[in-house]
Write a protein that binds this ligand. Structure first.
Ligand code: SPV
Ligand code: MG
Length: 431
């Protein structure tokens, strides 16, 4: 009997899947691959049930004779292993972001005389409703919140990009590029104090109040599903920080980063050019402990940010503080530097990793931007935050457009570099 292979990346079986299996059965014995958690991250697919439960779910479908794990979104390994006579898939992969996977499969099956069969993709009101519900569920606080910890388990490095409103949230959510390994996209979003303040035309000195910062989070959450890391500045008074932790947790934020400064906080990229005071180790540890004590779920992370290198207090101080904050309960450490050369940060990470191989490390390469993700992984970093690049790219573009409209007394000259309105509209989904 001929063998037929198809792959499922879902935790809900709808009529489209059943139709695919029925069509596959006409060709031979049906083997279904279930995509592993690790494989689907780059797809931004997360599930509301475990891998084992997904395997059981597929096993229970009438007409499926065998279920196997597919460990990559590319089919290379599984095809080499199974050499199926047919590969069956919905014809939605003929265009769009899945096309490169289909192209790869086509080449592979041709090589051994297999056949690729595209089944008309079932898309109707019911299927759309199932898809929408699934996405909305993933955006709910209880699912979104725990996703950062899941990503830390599954990714070699978690990539976060700055967002400060619904539109930048959509860019973080939907920007996908193809690369050698398949698809790539950001894993998480960073709600930066600098960019949240800048978007409001305010300085980054903890002036924008928490109610307003929470409003930004809500705007982003309304239109996205990816996990959020919140820039909590100094965290304020410990007596206030505990309320912030509760609110963030309830909203579905995955982590807050607080920095060990006290008094009037200025942006770290000013370094020692402005007066900034570092908190005492004891006092900052108290704040971490207070936050950890009120946290209600295991999902939420409090990340302690060490400012010693920014304030030129040296490597030893930065290490002593990092270990003290970890011992006070911090779930991860962010180490910051404003040196252009990444060596300082990388050296620090090496020294930290000599003593601690487990606690996740977070870096923000705004100044030391020559460093690659690969280098960061090699030095034990777990989260990289691209903290302000969307704001910094939008601002000069908008400024130039404003200047040119004034210069030419009309808008025609700027039109070529503008996104067509039709594209803007398609970025924003209607319910
Ligand atoms: C932010 O993005 O607000 C940060 C990172 O805190 S930095 O601006 O580098 O201090
Ligand atoms: Mg900040």
């Amino acid at each position: 009997m001929k063998t037929v292979y198809t792959c499922f990346c879902t935790d809900v079986i709808h009529e489209g899947h059943l139709n695919l299996i029925r069509e596959a059965q006409k060709l031979g014995e049906v083997i279904v691959g279930v995509l592993s958690d690790k494989a689907v991250i780059r797809y931004n697919r997360f599930f509301t049930i475990s891998f084992e439960e997904r395997m059981d779910l597929v096993r229970s479908i009438e007409g499926v004779s065998r279920v196997v794990e597919q460990k990559s979104i590319r089919y290379d390994d599984i095809i080499c292993e199974l050499h199926p006579d047919y590969i069956v898939h919905g014809d939605n992969w003929k265009t769009g972001p899945l096309k490169f996977i289909r192209d790869g499969v086509e080449k592979l099956v041709q090589a051994y005389g297999g056949q690729l069969v595209d089944i008309p993709y079932t898309y109707n009101e019911n299927v759309k409703r199932v898809d929408d519900r699934k996405r909305e569920k993933l955006a709910m606080p209880e699912y979104r919140r725990k996703r950062l910890k899941m990503l830390l388990e599954l990714c070699s490095i978690v990539k976060a990009i700055e967002v400060h409103n619904g539109l930048t949230g959509l860019i973080a959510e939907k920007t996908i590029v193809e690369n050698e390994e398949g698809l790539d996209q950001f894993d998480a979003m960073w709600i930066s104090s600098l960019c949240d303040s800048t978007a409001k035309g305010k300085p980054d000195i903890e002036l924008v109040d928490m109610t307003s910062r929470f409003r930004t989070i809500e705007d982003v959450m309304e239109v996205t599903t990816k996990p959020i890391i919140f820039d909590g500045d100094t965290g304020g008074l410990a007596e206030h920080f505990v309320y912030t932790v509760r609110s963030l947790e309830r909203l579905g934020v995955s982590a807050v980063i607080i920095e060990d400064k006290i008094g009037l906080k200025k942006n770290s990229l000013f370094g020692t050019e402005v007066e900034q005071n570092q908190d005492s180790i004891e006092h900052f540890c108290e704040k971490i402990r207070a936050g950890k004590k009120v946290q209600l779920t295991d999902d939420f992370m409090i990340i302690a940010r060490v400012e010693s290198l920014i304030l030129e207090k040296g490597m030893d101080d930065a290490l002593t503080r990092a270990f003290a904050y970890r011992d006070a309960g911090a779930d991860a450490i962010m180490i910051h530097s404003r040196k252009k050369d990444p060596q300082e940060i990388l050296k620090w990470c090496d020294l930290f990793r000599e003593k601690d191989q487990k606690t996740p490390l977070v870096v923000v390469p705004s100044s030391f931007n020559t460093v690659t993700e690969e280098e960061l992984i090699a030095h034990g970093c777990n989260i990289v935050i691209y903290a302000n690049q969307l704001t910094r790219s939008a601002f000069p573009a908008m400024q130039k457009t404003a200047q040119d409209i004034l210069r030419y007394h009309r808008a025609k000259e700027v039109d070529d570099r503008l996104m067509p309105i039709s594209q803007i509209i398609s970025l924003i989904e209607e319910l």
